[in-house]
Design a protein around this ligand. Structure first.
Ligand SMILES: *Cc1c(COP(=O)(O)O)cnc(C)c1O
Ligand code: SF4
Length: 346
């Protein structure tokens, strides 16, 4: 068995073992696991330094997940916009192709909480092949985002079968993979996997780090191996209340990501998904993060802050135009008090 499989097999998932390892009340744990899956693999568990820290908050079941009755299970309307069970075709030229329902750790704030980790909603290879048929029939699709769940929870062989089928479609120009394994199970990034991925360029990977404490020797190595395979790496983070909604913490995260060759790509406002209300913040928190990085540090370290919606991702930006009268714009950057005038063309 590959070592990442062994680590994954030793994950905490039963209420008794979770309660024991996390020193929680077993009944509390059970009431959450009855509704939502929990999986904490030994690597991610080892990053917890104390109860309630930033790693803990991402993986430990919390009774507040059950108290949130107002949220919508699918606020982005993904189920309706799905052309079959596995393809979401929301944008003109690109689709999301969901190939796995499993993840190496179940983030408590997951946007796809309604389906991820639910074994009754497992994705079958035949369904993925139907999704690929849809892509083959739609010549306007030039960009396929392989997602889930986490595509890297599949075996190298099954993943390769999908990548090969996508690459055989002439109009598919680029393939992107969304995976959190470099962060939560870096042992998954093996030499064998990298050798396989390299065959399917142009290939991009977006990963998902939320906090500087996740940047370890292991996760740095995983990103280095992928980058060495010629794969440009991006990162998507979510602004999470009392976890990373702090401009200085996020500036540190973005700078550290660049050091491990990962470019911050998107910063998301937390979606109004049922069961994750206790992670949600106002727009101001995200704007404060952008204000604290744009101009203060490398432009490369600045992701785009967006709110996701059924109409696509909508950028949210700080107010840079202070005034606009008679072709004279008064502009102010985020890191300087100076207001500059810009004369617009007639
Ligand atoms: C985010 C997303 C994409 C990709 O958007 P980009 O802005 O191109 O990164 C595509 N489809 C769906 C459904 C998405 O949610
Ligand atoms: S890795 Fe992504 S899909 Fe999986 S639980 Fe976390 S947020 Fe959800």
């Amino acid at each position: 068995m590959e070592s990442w499989r062994r680590i994954l097999a030793e994950s905490l998932s039963e209420p008794e073992e979770i309660a024991h390892a996390l020193k929680m009340d077993v009944e509390d744990v059970k009431s959450v696991t009855d509704i939502y899956p929990v999986r904490i693999n030994p690597y991610y568990l080892s990053l917890i330094k104390e109860k309630g820290d930033t790693i803990w908050k991402q993986c430990a079941p919390d009774l507040r997940e059950l108290e949130d009755l107002a949220g919508n299970a699918d606020p982005l309307d993904e189920e309706n916009q799905s052309r079959n069970k596995v393809v979401i075709h929301r944008y003109p030229d690109r689709v999301l192709l969901m190939v796995s329902n499993q993840c190496a750790m179940y983030c408590r704030f997951c946007t796809r909480k309604r389906r991820v980790g639910d074994s009754k909603k497992n994705i079958q290879p035949a369904e993925v092949m139907q999704g690929i048929d849809y892509i083959r029939k739609h010549k306007e699709i030039r960009d396929v985002i392989v997602s889930g769940g986490d595509p890297f929870l599949l075996s190298d062989e099954i993943l390769e079968k999908y990548l090969k089928a996508l690459r055989a479609i002439p109009h598919v120009e680029i393939i992107r993979i969304g995976t959190r394994t470099p962060c939560v199970l870096p042992q998954r990034i093996t030499k064998k996997l990298c050798r396989m991925l390299k065959k399917y360029h142009p290939l991009y990977i977006n990963t998902h780090f939320e906090h500087p404490s996740e940047i370890t020797a292991e996760s740095s190595k995983a990103c280095e191996m992928l980058a060495d395979a010629g794969i440009p790496l991006g990162n998507q983070s979510v602004v999470l209340k009392d976890l990373n909604d702090d401009p200085l913490v996020m500036k540190e995260l973005f700078q550290k990501l660049l050091k491990i060759r990962v470019k911050p790509y998107y910063l998301y406002l937390c979606d109004p998904v049922k069961g994750i209300k206790h992670f949600r913040t106002g727009i101001e928190k995200g704007l404060a993060i952008i204000r604290a990085v744009k101009g203060y540090t490398s432009g490369m370290a600045t992701p785009q802050f967006v709110v996701d919606s059924s109409a696509g991702k909508i950028p949210l930006v700080p107010q840079y135009i202070i005034e606009n009268t008679d072709n004279v714009l008064k502009l102010q950057s985020t890191f300087s008090d100076r207001v500059v005038e810009y004369i617009e063309v007639e």
